[in-house]
Design a protein around this ligand. Sequence first.
Ligand SMILES: NC(=O)c1ccc[n+]([C@@H]2O[C@H](COP(=O)([O-])OP(=O)(O)OC[C@H]3O[C@@H](n4cnc5c(N)ncnc54)[C@H](O)[C@@H]3O)[C@@H](O)[C@H]2O)c1
Length: 339
Amino acid sequence: MEKVKVGIVGLGRLGSCHAKNIAFKIANATLVAACSVRSEEREFAKRELDVSECYDDFKEMVTKADIDAVVIVSSSNFHNEHIRIAMEAGKHVFTDKPLGLNMEECLDSQELINKHNDQIFMIGYMRRYDPTYMYVKKKIQEGAIGKPFAVRCTSIDPEDTIDGAIAYAETSGGLFRDMTVHDIDLARWFLEDEPETVYTVGGAYVHKEFEKMNDADNACAIMKFKNGGFASFYSGRDALHGYHIETEIIGPKGMFRIGAVPQKNLSMIFNENGAVQECVSYFPERFAEAYLNEMQEFIDCVQNGRTPGVGAVDGVEGMRVAYAMTKAFKTGHVEKIDV
Ligand SMILES: NC(=O)c1ccc[n+]([C@@H]2O[C@H](COP(=O)([O-])OP(=O)(O)OC[C@H]3O[C@@H](n4cnc5c(N)ncnc54)[C@H](O)[C@@H]3O)[C@@H](O)[C@H]2O)c1
């Protein structure tokens, strides 16, 4: 296969970022087709990305367009359906998280993917492709801190995106399934183990709207892993300083800390407020390289028939843990991860 011919569905916040990467930054891919239910996004694809084939119906794109692979960045409630259509049409599939809106849909997607195991499948847990996380993973594999036994994650969305978070909360699955799921993936990846039990506390302390939806704006969970390790998670929605993603991986010979100050770059302003470091604004800025790297990896895997390092099992297990975390938040009990 010379260049991988790609069709993308979803050109919203994240879809437009993936689409630009495929169109302009990935040499061995070509963006042949795009699908969105929003006409202005189809116009954007034609005008800005030079995509000649634009569709408002996903099945039509998959049937008619001359494509090898599909990139799914539609709203989460369509992922299961879109995975099914693409897999059954014989396409290679990259989907952003999640595999489905609930556990049943995730398991259904996994079954479909396993049934078509001659086609490449990858899920978008992009933090694994961030240069710093990749560096730390490699150092740990080389023995830098011994075998890690603990992971501590902090993820706080910026306060200035709160209106969208409130509007999106009913369909996103809530704080744990939508946001903390990325940290859960990191904890599983660094500890190379699966969690067993979880305990969650939290509430709607700043934005009462989340209370009505049985959701939280600030929460903390602690989790015990099967081989004795543990992880803790602090997730929030109201960082005034920017987009705060911080991770600590602790082993017997030391620890790594990633992103303690979510700095925009290496500059610092010295003024009447002191020594001020600007912070990254949100996920497209913080993880720009990660989104590009993960898409490059998917395209390379399609071209070379290689299996990506992150697949359906990670989508299912991450979601299983996020469900148990949500259940623990609602019951106030320690919950087994067996949903
Ligand atoms: N990995 C990450 O860091 C990350 C970050 C943000 C979003 N996401 C995931 O990406 C997905 C998209 O999120 P977003 O923030 O870009 O959403 P968005 O609302 O900005 O965009 C959704 C897109 O999907 C399209 N769409 C929806 N239903 C469709 C259908 N039936 N057929 C064709 N197109 C359809 C819309 O037209 C729009 O282009 C979500 O599943 C979300 O969980 C992942």
